[in-house]
Write a protein that binds this ligand. Structure first.
Ligand code: ADP
Ligand code: TRP
Length: 321
């Protein structure tokens, strides 16, 4: 079984990305053959700062490797190092109706937020479909917000297959972990780098403290017991604490004169402990950038063999050779 997923290097990675995607991806290395890439072309839809893009690509790679992506087990590359995907993107564009793209939630949301609607943003799902279909992916682990993109991929693949009367493109299945489908941000909305409500992966202790202390809570007075069930601190704590720790935390919510500041410090401690085991590897890769680049370059070579094979077949099918 081939499992494929990509992440955009359009900003610093946060714990929403970790629980929604990175963790699942790392765990999936035991379930099948993992193809993982950094979606550098996709990032161009939102990021026009070249230096920032270069840094984000590198740091995303370091973070994935530190958090358990094993380049000996998996194929790990930067999307733009395998440019064959753009040729498939063009083939697929000719099998994608305007209506399908106009219905994309992520596009509509971005436009509603005032992001300039250009063709790259509009056709983003076609490039995503090309990523998935180029490698004959069976399963795509994603967060809830990406499910529609996988459905669109299936639609596009089906149209292509029907047109050329052959099962040329494999229809992928999305894998969503319902338990952690949406990680809330510090303001209670979906955690997202575009909302400025993130808790970042591998933040410095000072940054991490600032982000955790900034979690929005209600204004129950200190001397009254607090309701944990709808509290952002508790929702985030569930990701980092075991059942015993959570029971202890719930007791604190019920105790008068225990305030949100206390609960935030408990959460801060839990987050720090959770990521501690990965910190050493992260420091190592940050100090050895050439090693990271070699890993990515080897990954791109492996991915390119598969991509070229598939494209050779498709070029013939569409009549280009
Ligand atoms: P962002 O919303 O910060 O821009 P991306 O859209 O780049 O994040 O998402 C990258 C991956 O992480 C996707 O698979 C997405 O579903 C997942 N993801 C992002 N934010 C969250 C979240 N708050 N909860 C769960 N998964 C998330
Ligand atoms: N659109 C995805 C996101 O924003 C990133 C992505 C690009 C992707 N191509 C992909 C995810 C292919 C899975 C498969 O998170």
């Amino acid at each position: 079984m081939r499992i494929l997923s990509g992440i955009q290097p359009s900003g610093t990675l946060h714990i929403g990305n970790y629980f929604g995607m990175i963790k699942k991806m790392v765990e999936s290395q035991d379930d099948g053959e993992l193809f993982a890439f950094i979606a550098s072309y996709h990032a161009l839809t939102s990021l026009k700062d070249s230096e920032a893009l270069r840094t984000n690509i590198f740091e995303a790679a370091v973070n994935f490797l530190s958090l358990g992506l094993d380049p000996n087990k998996s194929t790990f590359w930067v999307q733009s190092d395998v440019p064959e995907v753009l040729e498939l993107y063009w083939f697929l564009s000719n099998h994608t109706s305007m209506g399908l793209l106009e219905r994309a939630h992520s596009y509509k949301d971005k436009v509603a937020k005032g992001i300039l609607a250009n063709h790259g943003l509009f056709s983003y799902p076609v490039l995503m479909a090309a990523d998935i279909l180029l490698f004959d992916s069976d399963v795509v682990p994603v967060g809830k917000d990406q499910i529609q993109h996988i459905e669109m991929t299936r639609d596009i693949a089906n149209t292509f297959n029907v047109t050329y009367k052959k099962e040329l493109l494999k229809l992928p299945v999305a894998k969503v972990d319902e338990e952690v489908a949406t990680v809330p941000g510090t303001d209670g909305a979906k955690m997202s780098k575009s909302y400025g409500n993130t808790i970042d992966l591998f933040a410095t202790p000072k940054q991490l403290k600032k982000q955790v202390m900034g979690i929005v809570t209600n204004s129950t007075p200190l001397e009254e017991p607090k309701d944990y069930s709808d509290c952002n601190i508790y929702k985030l704590s569930k990701l980092f604490m075991n059942e015993d720790e959570l029971a202890l935390l719930r007791d604190k919510y019920a105790t008068p004169n225990m305030g949100y500041g206390h609960f935030k410090l408990d959460l801060l401690d839990a987050i720090t402990r959770y990521f501690e085991p990965y910190q050493e590897k992260r420091d190592y890769y940050m100090k050895n950038p050439d090693e990271v680049r070699d890993i990515l370059s080897d990954g791109a070579k492996k991915a390119r063999v598969v991509a070229k094979g598939k494209l050779e077949l498709l070029r013939e099918v569409v009549g280009l050779c």
